[in-house]
Design a protein around this ligand. Structure first.
Ligand code: UDP
Length: 261
């Protein structure tokens, strides 16, 4: 698949056109940002790990009937995905209270919620992705009621599946962010899961020690992020000891290449 022109560059990914108008290439960068872009850095190897972890989760979700944009992973940093019209909402799914929820409502950090809580944030970096009510989505026509009902059903299935998948490898799924898009098929719009699911977009705590295995390591300066993401990948069975080494080697190699240019 030939990589065409850059269509969009976000904080952690770049989208490139392909010769097929319905497909694009999603490239995972090593850039990390937090607090609405106020904290920024580059973490070598993060993109490689997120590409693999997201591929793993999205393929598993596909097997349980959750349609999503992933077609296939191309290489260490890229995947072919279906081009969709992204619904401008970040769907935040919470099982345990932490982060912005605890600050906003004064809830004690670590409170287990009696049922999953879905929150909606309007995707707008300039505004800092503000929290909105379901009514805002309808009034401003970001999505219609039928679409939101469908998305909510998908979210609960995704959450159930992911809680179980992570529990099996000794990880608690605290919260995560999902994005959905509209795919035009035979003149009709179908809602599918889009974007990525990775330790950049989830909060993952070790079940026994509550050690943070996600982007909070960067947000809160908790120490190296790569060993934590590698641990998630290893527990998911994506990396065995051997390939673990090769991820490090590939990232080292690419940095050597960059430096010698
Ligand atoms: N999240 C994300 N992208 C965002 C905002 C949130 O992936 O732009 C994820 C975040 O990693 C966490 C969950 O959504 O797993 C809930 O985030 P919260 O609103 O608590 O974010 P905070 O403001 O504390 O970073």
């Amino acid at each position: 698949m030939k990589k065409g022109k850059k269509l969009y560059e976000g904080k952690a990914k770049i989208i490139y056109a392909t010769q097929d108008k319905d497909l694009v290439i999603q490239y995972f960068k090593d850039d990390a940002t937090a607090f609405n872009n106020q904290k920024k850095t580059t973490i070598e190897g993060k993109g490689v790990l997120n590409n693999r972890i997201s591929e793993h989760i999205l393929s598993n979700l596909s097997q349980i009937g959750i349609k999503n944009h992933l077609v296939k992973r191309l290489n260490m940093r890229e995947q072919i995905i279906k081009l969709v019209e992204i619904i401008p909402i970040e769907f935040i799914v919470r099982n345990v209270a932490t982060g912005s929820l605890t600050k906003r409502l004064g809830i004690e950090d670590g409170t287990v919620l009696k049922e999953p809580l879905i929150e909606y944030c309007f995707k707008d970096d300039k505004l800092g992705d503000p929290l909105v009510a379901e009514e805002h989505i309808y009034v401003f026509e970001w999505a219609n009621k039928k679409e939101i009902e469908k998305i909510k059903k998908m979210i609960l299935r995704i959450n159930d599946f992911m809680i179980g998948m992570f529990r099996g490898i000794g990880i608690k799924l605290i919260d995560f962010k999902l994005e959905f898009g509209r795919l035009k098929t035979n003149g009709k719009n179908e809602i599918i899961l889009a974007d990525e699911i990775s330790p950049d977009t989830c909060r993952l705590w070790d079940s026994l020690t509550e050690k943070k295995l996600d982007k909070d390591r960067f947000r809160k300066d908790l120490g190296d992020l790569i060993p934590a993401y590698t641990e998630v990948a290893r527990r998911l069975g994506i990396l065995h000891e051997q390939s673990n080494v090769s991820v490090v080697n590939v990232t080292k190699l690419s940095s050597v290449k960059k430096k010698t240019k």
